[in-house]
Design a protein around this ligand. Sequence first.
Ligand code: HEM
Length: 411
Amino acid sequence: MKAGIASLKPSTSFFQPAMFEDPYPIYSVFRKTDPVHWDEGLEAWVLTRYEDVAFVLNDHRFSSDRIAVGRKLHPMPEFEPLFDHLSHLMLQHDEPTHKHLRAIVHDAFTRSAMKRWESVIQYRVDDLLEIAVDLGKMEFLVDFAIPLPVMVISELVGIPIEDRTQVKAWCDDFAFVATNFYAEITDEQLQRGLQSVDAFRKYLRHQAERIAPGADMTLLELMVQSQGTDAEFSYDELIANCMLLLTAGNETTTNLLGNGLIALLENRDQLSRLNKDPSLIPSAVEECLRYDSPLQFVGRIALEEVAIGSRTIRPGDLVLVMLGSANRDPERFPSPDEFDIARPNNHHLAFGHGPHFCVGSQLSRMEATIAFRTLLPHMESMKVKTQDLRHQQNYNLRCFQNIPLKFSQSP
Ligand code: HEM
């Protein structure tokens, strides 16, 4: 996994290396003393309170279109095809274009549409776990939490098994470019992203053109069909947003599974409670999302002057809204640093808020629910030296470097 936005900058007053292991005490200081913080190093605002984060994400004066910033930072003509490609992503658009692009995938991702994939996910979870239990040990990330989301989304989209390793490599390059292009990224990294995106685009185009009428209704087929009924929706938009679907849920869902498992193993009282009442699993998944959010922040660009608290944000300013901090705000969550699998009113912001609320939220919730339900009978017997675990050096994607575990006995 590569470093994300801001992890490349050695020193800003907000992002500090101590945050890699535990950002929450530092978030707490900023929430109390400087909740709307202007960071000279980042040249961006950093917002840490729940109320402010939710406000920005739901206010049309803050734009998701960061392409112009990327173009300004990397004005060379050879990068133009990359920015052109990124400009087709729903993530980069405001209304009304955003709504139009999002509609392409909306039907495929409703809760009822997701239901039909439940057995596919259960099959994959059983398969991955069986191998580990037989061996009596596993590296939870490499053997379970990384492959599961890749297998599931590849199956949903309709990527053949033999192509999945290559697709995952393209996804990693694409994800890196898509999350960093408007801030910290070198021309060399951009160049590599450009090559991968180009190859990925050609591959998906080929796959889309090969779809035979009447084949299984994969996501790609659903998208191709909806393109047929919508003249304003271009092939480039279809390919770009298909690439987004393949990419957006990989590392985030891996992190939900990894961070969630460790939270449960470190809070044995909560694990016993879950064992006694497995109907709490969906609520425990929400608490995992809140307690140690997979994605710690997202960015917006101010379109107009906006006052927040005593500070004035100017048009063109970059604003980083800290989801991970909002989810630990005591003004919103009583005892926010406690892990409580039955927390009431757990309206966390781990999937964002407002028009760009995560399209794949139901899918990743379902993956985590099935994974934890299947892992639960084995969890009491899992031995992990949690004190030895280290996090990735990434301020945005919150993830352990590895999670080696042993099963002390069969359930
Ligand atoms: C948007 C988090 C899983 C697809 C978002 C946003 C967040 C997020 C915070 C909002 C971004 C913004 O406001 O700028 C997560 C987390 C996940 C997860 C924490 C797992 C635990 C998935 C999965 C998929 C997916 C599995 C697809 C299969 C998307 C897409 C968007 C999005 C397409 C853009 C929505 C839009 O622009 O309207 N996600 N996500 N995500 N997510 Fe997820």
